[in-house]
Design a protein around this ligand. Structure first.
Ligand SMILES: [Zn+2]
Length: 467
């Protein structure tokens, strides 16, 4: 067999462990995994010698906001997926929040066209999950949505169009929305903070005259997250929907996820790098630069998140990459500043380094960065795996290099807002990222063209509408 690409002498590190291996690629897919030396003489178009390097399955980031097309100055599919490629992320799942929210198959189709024109890596698209119109919810699934997104809180008036169909603040509406989503078999990702408690928190912060980080931390207490998760535990069981809690931040919420599991409820949760690397001390030191929703928590919550990743209470990692420009973060009233931080290019490198520094076995971390999210969203083993037949999405990683986060070198247009990550020293670097057999990033440069990215569609339970 003639191969398009052969990678020799590397060490494959996946969720099952590590072993020396040669990889042969044909038509963008893994064709052969062989003992080192076996593929050296095979006919091929391109050869990569990975001596001394780890070969990892391309990462899957199931929670990204490129937000195209409404704010190209912050990010679009080109810059957002360039940032992903630089981080070894070969598939992003894009949230439906952009002007306007992805509320219909037509809007999803338009978003798909935009990403197919611009993206450097593969992508999936979430639909808005807050509708109680059966035709729209099923229509989004049939159009290839990778899942749905719901926000359980109100957003400021100027962002309402972007959140159209996504905000659901009342229990009854949430029940009906989740009942419809359950019919599709797709996952519903939920930002869980109770709107009423957030209002009370904001009033208390203002009444006490708090400013800066203290105001924001008071306005978004752990109780608001726990209360929303508690509802979801009940509503997931009552409706049968596959509810996934995004960016879990507190030990309280984790206990409620464990309660769901004990009751046999199909609920899952994710952790984000900022909640694992930072805590309230960072929130106080960086003020508006560290304003993320929910907020950074005390160190005890941070440690509880690491324990929950290790014991399986949390299912995988996600970036929640949220691009805003520095001038948008430089407003005096912290309660009025948009929440979120751009972080794609810090995310996998810092998580791999944390694992190697003793947080968890490296193979477990690699699974948390790809295979596990791919399974939940019905993309495995096309994505998240290096097996014969999988897409040839892979990362060449130099475990011996010493590196430092330098946000001024990032691909993200909102790089200037990522100050909480700037200057962090770490071990190991991503040298090269390959998507379906083609190199898209190599040693600091985007080398693949815009538009190489393709949409991924979930395999739906009980349907053959797979990829
Ligand atoms: Zn988000």
């Amino acid at each position: 067999m003639r191969l398009d690409l052969v990678i020799i002498n590397g060490t494959l590190v996946d969720e099952y462990g590590s072993r020396p291996i040669d990889i042969g690629v044909v038509d963008g897919r893994v064709a052969q995994l062989a003992t080192p030396g076996d593929l050296a003489a095979t006919g091929r178009a391109e050869l990569i010698d990975a001596t001394g390097l780890w070969v990892l399955p391309g990462f899957v980031d199931p929670h990204v906001h490129c937000r195209a097309p409404d704010h190209p100055e912050r990010e679009d599919f080109a810059s957002g997926t360039a940032a992903a490629a630089a981080a070894g992320i070969t598939t992003i799942l894009e949230m439906p929040i952009a002007d306007v929210g992805v509320t219909s198959p037509e809007i999803l189709h338009a978003r798909r066209k935009l990403a197919e024109r611009d993206a450097h890596v593969d992508f999936g698209l979430f639909g808005a999950g807050g509708s109680i119109d059966r035709t729209l919810i099923h229509g989004l699934a049939d159009a290839g949505a990778c899942g749905y997104k719901i926000f359980t809180l109100e957003v400021p008036p100027d962002r309402r169009r972007s959140f159209e169909g996504i905000m659901v603040t009342r229990e009854g509406e949430l029940y009906h929305a989740l009942s419809l989503i359950a019919e599709t078999g797709l996952v519903c990702a939920v930002h869980a903070e109770n709107d009423a408690l957030l209002r009370i928190g904001r009033e208390q912060a203002r009444a006490r005259g708090l400013t800066g980080a203290d105001a924001y931390l008071t306005a978004h207490p752990q109780a608001a997250e726990a209360m929303a998760v508690a509802w979801l535990v009940v509503l997931a069981e009552a409706t049968g929907a596959r509810v996934h809690v995004v960016h879990v931040t507190s030990a309280w919420a984790l206990d409620l996820l464990r309660l769901a599991r004990r009751r046999g409820v199909a609920m899952t949760g994710e952790a984000c790098p900022h909640y694992l690397l930072f805590d309230e001390e960072t929130a106080r030191r960086f003020g508006s630069w560290a304003k993320i929703a929910p907020p950074l928590r005390p160190a005890t919550d941070r440690e509880a998140l690491w324990a929950a990743l290790a014991d399986g209470t949390l299912d995988f990692l996600a970036s929640d990459h949220a691009p805003f420009l520095p001038e948008e973060k430089e407003i005096e009233d912290i309660l009025a500043i948009p929440s979120g931080v751009p972080n794609l290019e810090a995310f996998p490198p810092l998580m791999l380094a944390a694992a190697r520094d003793g947080r968890m076995p490296i193979h477990q971390m690699v699974g948390l960065l790809g295979a596990r999210a791919a399974r939940l969203y019905g993309l495995y083993p096309q994505k998240g795996a290096l097996q014969p037949g999988s897409d040839a999405d892979l990362v060449l990683y130099d475990p011996a290099a010493n590196a430092q986060v330098r946000i001024n070198t990032w691909q993200s247009r909102s790089r200037g807002s990522a100050r909480i990550f700037d200057g962090i020293a770490y071990r190991g670097t991503i040298l090269r990222t390959i998507v379906r057999g083609r190199t898209v990033y190599q040693q600091g440069r985007i080398v693949g063209p815009k538009g190489w990215g393709q949409m991924v569609r979930p395999q739906r339970p009980g349907s053959d509408a797979g990829p």
